[in-house]
Every structure is written in C-alpha cells, then in structure tokens.
Design a protein around this ligand. Structure first.
Ligand code: ZN
Ligand code: ZN
Length: 351
C-alpha cells in the first residue's frame, strides 16, 4: 500500500511526523494532493490534550491543493484542478445543512467539523475530502496558495463573527483579542461597514497588524483599561457589536461590559470549564442584549465567496503568514506555534 508523510496525534503532548497509507477514494470523495496547509490554535488544543481526538488521527483542517483523484459520483471537477476545502465539510444534504446550519451538519453540535477531528486531516501529503461536490472550491486563476490559505478556517470564522453580529454601516465595534481569528474579525467588521473598530490585545505587533486590517483604535490592555477606554470612546453608550475572539471568562465579560443596551455580543472563542453571566453587565436580563455564537462556516459556496473577497483585493491576509516550514519540520512548527514565539501568527506548511 502506498504511503505518505503525515502529522499524527499520538497522545497529549505528542504530534509526530509519521507514514500513513494514502487514502482510498470512495464514490463521493476527492483525493487532494496538499500543496499548502497551516496550523490552527485548535490543533494546539488537540496537541495539549484539551480537545480529544483518536490516537493515530492525522491532524489539520486548512487544505490548499490539487485534485489527484475523484470518486465515480463526483462530477464537474477535473483531476489537476487547484482547490480548497473548508475546515468544516458539510454533507449538504442533511436537515442541519438544508436548514442553513452546515457547520452543525448531522444535527449534532460541531458536527460539520470532520478534518483532523473525526476523519483524517490535511497536515499530510494527501487528504481525502468527503462529500466532494459540497466542499471542493476551485481557486481562481492568479491567486497564490498563501493568498487563499486563510479561507478554509480563520477568515471564514473571523468574518463569520462579524456577520453573526449583524454589523451595520456606521457601527462601533469592539474586538477582544487579536490573534489570527480576532484579526480576521477586525477585517470582517471593516468589510461589513463598521466605522469605528476598537481592538484589544496585549501584543504590539498584533495591534499593528490589526491597524493594517482596518482597526481604528488599538488598545493595549497592559497599558490601559479597555472597558473604561471603550466607554469613553463611545461617550458612555457602549459599542453596537462586541466580538469575543479568545474564549475566556474575562474577555467574554469585558464584551458584555462595553456593549450598548440592545447590542450584540458575537462570540467566537472556544471556552472550557464554565462561563458565567454577571447580571449587572446584562441589565439583569432586561437590556435587549443578544449573544450569538459561530462555528466556522464551511462548504464550497462559502469558500467561493471568501476567495472572491481576496480576488477583488478587498482584504489581504497574506501578511498573517509570518513563518514557513516544510511538512518534514512539522514538529518544530508546532513547537514554535504552541509557544507563540517569534511573533508567529500563521505558519505556511508545504509538503
Ligand atoms: Zn482551526
Ligand atoms: Zn449535513
């Protein structure tokens, strides 16, 4: 059986480069030869054992590649075509998908997230894409791998936070945390028409990147109290939409405390343990606040739209690629990314 190199989860604390069989193509699948992929914060949760996946699972959920083989039921694609697939791979046919909740495919929470979770992922030479006709999105001519590398996950997720927040032209928006997803939420808020985007982080290079992507006011939480500062900037009203992009009680609560009555808290973080709602921050439940959560939207139409945004020059996320490694060096790449050394934002991995 022919084999390929792949990053494999072994046990908490251990993701290693190993040899795995090249997947067999089923009727509705596509085999993609991966040309570029990247590591996500979620992969670090898997590495640390904070999100359980089966030992032996190939990790990674952000594939850019070329069609190597197609199942007999897959039409309207050709071998050799450059494609991406979303981190979330909905079936396109179940109740949840047809009801507009593709990320929750199958009707279970997070059901659409399969790559590197419930099926093998794409930090490998090849990846099998299930339900290929619902998921393969051809890359427009002229766009490089790195230009579309953020579409499968962080761009879709970050923009999703801005979209779920229902941002309107002229809105004031606060985004708490400017890691890769928070930065994409900032870019999404700008595209949605927010005219005052206030971003909070503790790393100057991230605040600088946020400015490049559309932030108007950066706040370094180590130098100023973000809640007082945001309330001052909005003349005591609070923001229309607050986006949470970290997944902690503190950032979630801060979002509530800077939100206007009737505002929307759009949550993107992955929380652990318990999340509590301080009643004074939500007017004892009578402030007309909305809290919405979003898992990365997937599927080929979502990917087509995001690549359109890139092709139209509306957003350039390539500067988020701060480091480049070969698949052979994936263990080093994980070490750098997990420890957030050297100003790392995203790492392009090429097999
Ligand atoms: Zn991810
Ligand atoms: Zn489905």
């Amino acid at each position: 059986m022919p084999t390929m190199k792949a990053a494999v989860f072994v046990e908490p604390g251990k993701i290693v480069l190993d040899q795995k069989p090249i997947p067999q193509v089923g009727p509705g699948d596509a085999l993609i030869k991966v040309t570029t992929t990247t590591i996500c914060g979620t992969d670090v949760h898997i590495l640390k054992g904070e999100y359980p996946v089966a030992p032996g699972r190939i990790v990674g959920h952000e594939p850019v590649g070329v069609i190597e083989a197609l199942g007999p039921a897959v039409t309207s694609y050709v071998v050799g075509q450059r494609v991406i697939a979303g981190a979330i791979t909905p079936c396109g046919q179940c109740h949840a998908c047809l009801d507009g909740h593709q990320a929750q495919c199958g009707g279970k929470p997070i059901g659409g997230w399969r790559f590197g979770n419930t099926i093998d992922g794409c930090q490998a030479e090849y990846v099998l894409v299930p339900n290929a006709m619902a998921n393969l999105a051809p890359v427009p001519d002229g766009l490089s791998d790195e230009q579309v590398l953020m579409c499968p996950d962080i761009m879709s997720t970050g923009f999703g936070g801005a979209e779920s927040g229902g941002i309107k032209i002229g809105d004031s928006v606060a985004v708490f945390a400017q890691g890769p997803i928070g930065l994409c939420a900032t870019a999404g808020a700008k595209l949605k028409g927010a005219t005052r985007i206030i971003v909070v982080d503790g790393l100057p290079e991230r605040l600088e990147m946020a400015r490049r992507l559309g932030a108007d006011v950066p706040i370094d939480f180590r130098k100023a109290d973000p809640i007082a500062e945001i309330m001052r900037l909005t003349e005591g009203r609070g923001v229309d939409v607050a986006i949470e992009a970290l997944g902690t009680q503190q950032t979630f609560e801060s979002c509530l405390r800077v939100l206007k009555a009737g505002g929307v808290l759009s949550s993107l973080g992955v929380y652990s343990g318990k999340l509590s709602l301080p009643l004074d921050a939500i007017a004892a439940g009578l402030g007309d606040h909305k809290i919405v959560t979003t898992l990365c939207p997937g599927g080929k139409e979502r990917m087509r739209r995001l690549m359109n945004v890139v092709a139209a020059g509306r957003v350039d996320l390539k500067p988020l690629v701060t480091h480049r490694f070969k698949l052979d060096q994936i263990e080093q790449a994980y070490d750098l990314f997990a420890h957030q050394r050297d100003g790392v934002l995203k790492i392009a991995i090429t097999p």
